[in-house]
Design a protein around this ligand. Structure first.
Ligand SMILES: Nc1ncnc2c1ncn2[C@@H]1O[C@H](COP(=O)(O)OP(=O)(O)OP(=O)(O)O)[C@@H](O)[C@H]1O
Length: 331
């Protein structure tokens, strides 16, 4: 028998009822007299299971329902319907034992106190979670070293760079050694170096402590580097749950052909061979259906002045963008 899951979501659903506002004066009057409501299906019947120690990427365009799902799994929001069990607890009961086992980090929210050194905020967290002094020091030192943040702990948070602030946020969120990490856009707005540093820290944290991670990110590089498994959500529904490579095979029934031409050609010259994604000077990129690949490559080599030709998987960003353009296709 395999390990039992540490995160279970079953038919998890959250609807929001929002009042419809009308633009005109008459509309505003009508709004006061008899409000009309609209139901937003933020999350609709989502089910999945995550095993201890897994790092799962959560993908979806803006407004897909990622944050709402994370809020239900951390107990900040009650579901309209469905069940969840995280580390053996029903999240929305917000039991103390549950809160000790989880953490939620949101890239666009801050828990550190702006005008004080990060160390002071850490102390506050240590008090909340009743972490003994010796253990507190040990954990701060260890995490600060992993994050290359040791020098910055005594500076007021407002003087830290965005990347350093995010690292300090992570440190604060992990002091109580949670087993399950919910990370919502932890690299949002960071420069590439800071993104890589945060990403490597998450990987190392997972390796060292066996923590389970559910992570959303707009940066595909984060997901590709950290997660073998991805959940794809679109318009509140789960479209895909499986390996990252499987996502390519399932949603990208085409491959990318990169060409270097002997001389520049107009776009029309490439059109018969596939969907032209880019053409600049002598360099071109085409999408070709997988099942026609051999035949098209042969034609390209016969008819065009090709200097170099390379076949690749299309960029993951493009695949995902295509998935989101063609909704209503369930797993
Ligand atoms: N408190 C709320 N009241 C009304 N509607 C809400 C509320 N919270 C979220 N929504 C709506 O629910 C849908 C899902 O939002 P959610 O924040 O979960 O998406 P997301 O995938 O996290 O998007 P993003 O990547 O932009 O953060 C959106 O249409 C959003 O406008």
């Amino acid at each position: 028998m395999g390990a039992s899951p540490i995160v279970v979501a079953e038919d998890l659903t959250r609807h929001y009822r929002v009042a419809l506002k009308e633009d005109s004066l008459l509309g505003t009057l009508r709004h006061f007299l008899r409000r009309r409501y609209q139901t937003i299906r933020a999350v609709e019947g989502v089910s999945f299971r995550i095993l201890p120690g897994e790092v799962v990427g959560f993908l979806g365009p803006n407004g897909a329902g990622k944050t709402t799902t994370l809020k239900m799994l951390t107990g900040l929001v009650h579901p309209t319907r469905g069940k969840a069990l995280v580390a053996g607890h029903v999240p929305w009961r917000r039991e103390k034992a549950f809160l000790r086992k989880i953490t939620l980090v949101m890239g666009n929210k801050q828990q550190l106190i702006w005008d004080l050194p990060a160390m002071d905020s850490f102390r506050l967290n240590a008090a909340i979670y009743e972490i003994p002094e010796g253990e507190f020091r040990k954990r701060v030192l260890e995490l600060a070293e992993m994050l290359s943040l040791t020098e910055k702990l005594h500076q007021p948070v407002r003087k830290l760079s965005l990347g350093e602030r995010m690292k300090a946020e992570l440190l604060a969120a992990l002091l109580h050694r949670p087993e399950v990490l919910f990370l919502d856009e932890p690299t949002l707005g960071l420069d590439v170096n800071a993104q890589v540093a945060v990403r490597e820290f998450i990987r190392e944290y997972n390796r060292r402590y066996g923590a389970t991670v559910l992570l959303t990110s707009h940066y595909m590089a984060d997901i590709a580097a950290l997660s073998e498994r991805v959940l794809v959500i679109h318009q509140g529904r789960l479209l895909y749950d499986g390996a990252l490579e499987g996502l390519l095979a399932r949603f990208a029934p085409y491959r990318e052909v990169r060409l270097t031409l002997g001389s520049p050609l107009p776009q029309e010259a490439l059109l018969p061979f596939g969907e032209v994604r880019a053409l600049e000077g002598r360099e071109g990129r085409l999408l070709v259906p997988r099942e026609r690949l051999t035949e098209r490559v042969a034609e390209i080599l016969k008819r065009l002045p090709v200097e170099d030709l390379e076949v690749r998987e299309p960029p993951l960003e493009e695949v995902i963008a295509k998935v989101f353009q063609s909704p209503k296709e369930a797993v």
